[in-house]
Write a protein that binds this ligand. Structure first.
Ligand code: 0X9
Ligand code: ZN
Length: 320
């Protein structure tokens, strides 16, 4: 058991996931998505009894190392399912009717690096993976740095916009699409669910946004944009009902900025997923350094996000 409202190391989170799978094998199974550059297992849980006709939903967090509130929120979802499975009819409905994967830390190497901030204060703001140094001549000197922005490394309009070819950039896209073991393994995992995967939600922070495809250019949508928008609008409304937190929804270039190589756009285009959303959690975008969210906001953040996410889960679980 983990007490919510706290931040935990990846090893504590991993052990917790293993224990849940051992003790609740009727509803949860441990899954390994892949292995990181530093050799960590990327672990998650699979909830619900798998039969081939069931629709699948995948929720992840922590592709960006410093976005701790996202990791906490995904952990909270796991905790909620585990603790309410016998009392909450909505959660029972999910367990009966869909298969739900939750991967709380997609970039554990980066996350563990941010946790070394006690000895290295700059580490807390690390965003990328921890892949070995790569070098590029930037016009003045040859600069070498570690890490790839995994949310620029997916094979969707790779390197076109809002990404950098310089390894020392925060948004370095890597040498080629899926060059990184983390993004490659994750894409393979999502691809293995093709045809059944109805919703993919990736948790980030911050700015209070509910974002859908596509991200590379304004007013560029998938054919089912009306449905995508309808569910997003409903989700932010439900989310706001709990504490009054205001979210906006739209595509990236409409409400923040354009970029390419992200996981939700790749999933939307390649796997033809109906609902593919990037959620930017609290605080609002006017906040400076919102990556460090006060601990007393963690549980409310997770709770309201769950309220929004259930809108998507209900769409998938209750379709017939
Ligand atoms: O830039 C990103 O990768 C994400 N934002 S973050 O601040 N968490 O790094 C996703 C932004 C998604 N937005 C767009 N489609 N532009
Ligand atoms: Zn992010």
């Amino acid at each position: 058991r983990l007490r919510m409202g706290e931040y935990y190391s990846y090893s504590v989170i991993s052990t917790w996931l293993q224990r849940i799978a051992e003790n609740m094998s009727d509803i949860a199974q441990l899954i390994k998505v892949g292995t990181t550059v530093e050799g960590r297992d990327i672990l998650g849980l699979k909830f619900g009894k798998d039969t081939p006709d069931k629709k699948v939903v995948v929720i992840d967090a922590g592709i960006h190392a410093r976005e701790w509130a996202a990791i906490h929120t995904a952990s909270y979802f796991i905790n909620l399912i585990v603790n309410s499975r016998e009392t909450d009819p909505q959660i029972q409905n999910y367990l009966d009717n869909i298969v739900l994967y939750i991967i709380p830390v997609l970039n554990p190497d980066g996350y563990e690096y941010t946790r070394t901030d006690k000895t290295n204060p700059r580490a807390r703001m690390w965003r990328k993976s921890r892949s070995p140094k790569a070098c590029a001549f930037d016009g003045v000197r040859n600069s070498c740095c570690m890490g790839v922005d995994l949310n620029r490394n997916f094979d969707f309009r790779f390197s076109e916009i809002g990404a950098s070819r310089y390894p020392c950039s925060e948004i370095y896209h890597g040498p080629s699409a899926f060059s990184e073991p983390e993004s490659k393994a994750y894409a393979q995992f999502l691809t293995s669910l093709k045809g059944r995967l109805e919703a993919y939600i990736t948790l980030h922070s911050y700015s209070q946004l509910w974002i859908y495809s596509y991200s590379h250019r304004k007013f560029t949508y998938a054919p089912d944009i009306e449905e995508t928008r309808r569910v997003a609008a409903k989700a932010v409304q439900e989310l706001g009902r709990m504490y009054g937190t205001k979210y906006r929804h739209g595509t990236g270039p409409e409400i923040i900025y354009a970029f390419s190589g992200g996981s939700t756009d790749w999933a939307k285009e390649t796997l033809k997923i109906k609902y593919s959303y990037t959620i930017e959690l609290r605080p609002g975008y006017e906040e400076w350094n919102g990556f460090v969210l006060d601990k007393n906001q963690l549980v409310p953040t997770a709770k309201e996000t769950w309220a929004g996410v259930t809108v998507v889960l209900d769409e998938v679980a209750n379709q017939w």
